[in-house]
Design a protein around this ligand. Structure first.
Ligand SMILES: [Zn+2]
Length: 55
């Protein structure tokens, strides 16, 4: 499961668990039901865009 993953913020260097990351809707035309952008809770930088929908 993806929620066990840890991401490292390239901007502030914080290690952020996926479960702790802020989630935002994507932009650029991706379906927000299927894709979310994970953002650093410390500095707000985008960490990763993840697929959350489908099977
Ligand atoms: Zn950060």
């Amino acid at each position: 499961m993806i929620d066990t993953e840890t991401l490292r913020c390239a901007t502030c260097g914080r290690a952020v668990a996926v479960a702790d990351a802020h989630r935002r809707e994507t932009y650029g035309g991706l379906d927000s039901d299927a894709w979310q952008t994970l953002c650093c809770p410390t500095c707000g930088s985008r960490l990763k865009t993840v697929f959350v929908g489908g099977e």
